[in-house]
Design a protein around this ligand. Structure first.
Ligand SMILES: [Zn+2]
Length: 163
């Protein structure tokens, strides 16, 4: 029987003992607990020590946490070694780093350029509208348009500028 399970059962069988059991998700002995998923049910793996009765030796295992799922049961060192190898595989090689840096810089530069272009375009449109407003005012000032027309044109220009 699983050692942890044994103690949980013992606690429940003893009256007046608290039922709550300590459970540390980030157990230092099992760094991959809660990190890796079961290939069969997609539940996270948990871990525990199995004690062999005769030898009293402890064997740490990672296994699926879902009740009844026998998807994964693997020795601690096997899983941790495999995981270490996988990490080494996905870590970028040093010779690729300058290239990676260049790609990031290129993307950043092209995004910055498009923002600059957009800003220039917006500024041009704002200037256009301000000039138009000035012209309307000039017409009003020179009494080429009446009060009503001036107010209407002026409101329209303001609305386009978002003021
Ligand atoms: Zn499972």
């Amino acid at each position: 029987m699983d050692e942890t399970l044994f103690w949980i059962v013992q606690k429940r069988l003893t009256p007046a003992s608290p039922l709550r059991t300590e459970y540390r998700r980030d157990h230092p002995d099992f760094p991959l607990r809660g990190v890796i998923r079961c290939g069969q049910c997609n539940g996270v793996l948990t871990a525990s020590n199995t004690v062999k009765k005769r030898s009293a030796r402890v064997f740490p295992y990672y296994h699926c946490a879902r009740k009844g799922c026998m998807g994964v049961r693997v020795r601690k060192y096997v899983l941790e070694e495999t995981f270490g190898k996988l990490l080494a595989d996905v870590t970028p090689k040093p010779e690729y780093l300058p290239l990676f840096r260049q790609i990031v810089l290129d993307v950043w530069k092209s995004r910055r350029e498009s923002v600059t272009t957009l800003r220039a375009e917006l500024r041009r449109r704002v200037n256009e509208l301000m000039e138009k407003k000035d012209r309307i005012y000039d017409q009003y000032d020179g009494r080429k348009i009446d009060d009503e027309t001036y107010r209407r044109q002026s409101d329209r220009a303001d609305a386009r500028q978002g003021w």
